[in-house]
Design a protein around this ligand. Structure first.
Ligand code: AMP
Ligand code: TRP
Length: 327
């Protein structure tokens, strides 16, 4: 018995941040040992929302590839590639679009949600409506068994399963309906206390220097009731404390909790300790990132090899898909 297949994707829209790393990528890295893994940088998905100005796309894709390699995605174990380099994604997307009822797409909560959230963009396009169909194609192309994602992606996965079910029913095939592997990591708050997200501009980008990390953490909002340095604080409502919970030792955590409640540690001190922990956590990442930045040929070779391997698998699936449809 071969290994089960794992498929996941990440959009190259902006710099990868600490939330992506802790919430998604660390999970990819820990799963790549146990599965035959396909990790794609989904530039076609990105195009659905940046089509009016794709000038940053090439750079963002490359930065993301470097971030993923520096995070520990291992090309000896997993196949890493740009989605658009494997043309079968676009092809299968078209076939799946034939069997996908419009109402299924209009019902997806992220559809109306994103249009409302990204008001400055015109997302009333055929391509944007079809975003989840393209995602279903990403998974079906590799006949993925398991898809590691965050909770926000569950509606897309449910739809992907529905589409495969319909395809199997219509064409008497037996393609797998992929299961999610939910990341249990809680949502990381951003600098302003809301969920860390590119759209809120409240992130700590992974590629920040130690100085930049410190400057960002110093800007974080803390307990709003704590106005003067000696005021007692409430760590439960403070995002800096939630970072301490993630990165600090049990002993230091208790100490900071007590000091904050007693008003004996200032927010600046507390933030400086927090920044040092993040800088430390990302030490290996920074080292590896510098290596890949200095060796662009290695990055190119990894992505080329990834696309070649992915294409082989994708071509096999497409042969079967075209045959059963009768083309
Ligand atoms: P995004 O870049 O927002 O599309 O996120 C890509 C993936 O990273 C998501 O599916 C989540 O699993 C994860 N992620 C994004 N933001 C956070 C966050 N603030 N905390 C934890 N995980 C996150
Ligand atoms: N829509 C996913 C996100 O924004 C990215 C994605 C595209 C994906 N294709 C995929 C995730 C296939 C898992 C499997 O996070």
């Amino acid at each position: 018995m071969g290994k089960k297949r794992l498929v996941s994707g990440i959009q190259p829209t902006g710099r990868m941040h600490l939330g992506n790393y802790l919430g998604a990528i660390q999970n990819w890295v820990s799963l790549q040992d146990d599965y035959e893994s396909f990790f794609m940088i989904v530039d076609l998905h990105a195009l659905t929302s940046v089509y009016e100005d794709p000038s940053q796309l090439r750079k963002s894709k490359r930065e993301l590839a470097i971030d993923l390699l520096a995070s520990g995605v291992d090309p000896e174990k997993a196949c890493l590639f740009y989605q658009s380099e494997v043309v079968e994604h676009a092809e299968l997307h078209l076939y799946l679009s034939m069997v996908t009822p419009l109402s299924w797409l209009e019902r997806v909560p992220t559809y109306k949600g994103k249009i409302a959230e990204l008001k400055e963009k015109d997302l009333h396009t055929y391509g944007f409506l079809g975003y989840p169909v393209l995602q279903a194609a990403d998974i079906l192309l590799y006949q993925g068994d398991v898809v590691p994602v965050g909770k926000d992606q569950l509606p897309h996965l449910e739809l992907a399963r529905q589409i495969v079910r319909r395809f199997n029913h219509l064409y008497k095939t037996d393609f797998p309906e992929a299961d999610e592997s939910l990341t249990h990591f809680p949502l990381l708050p951003g600098l302003d206390g809301r969920k860390m997200s590119k759209s809120y501009k409240n992130t700590i980008p992974l590629s920040s220097t130690p100085e930049e990390i410190t400057a960002l953490v110093l800007k974080m909002t803390t307990d709003p009731q704590r106005v003067r340095r000696n005021d007692p604080g409430n760590p439960e409502v403070c995002s800096v404390f939630s970072y301490h919970k993630l990165f600090n030792t049990e002993y230091s955590l208790k100490k900071i909790d007590a000091q904050c409640r007693a008003g004996s540690i200032g927010c600046v001190d507390c933030k400086q300790q927090c920044a040092a922990l993040i800088v430390d956590k990302l030490a290996t990442f920074r080292e590896k990132r510098a290596y890949f930045e200095a060796n662009p040929d290695i990055v190119d070779a990894v992505l080329d090899r990834g696309a070649k391997r992915a294409s082989e698998v994708a071509k096999d699936t497409m042969k079967c898909v075209k045959k059963v449809i009768g083309l």
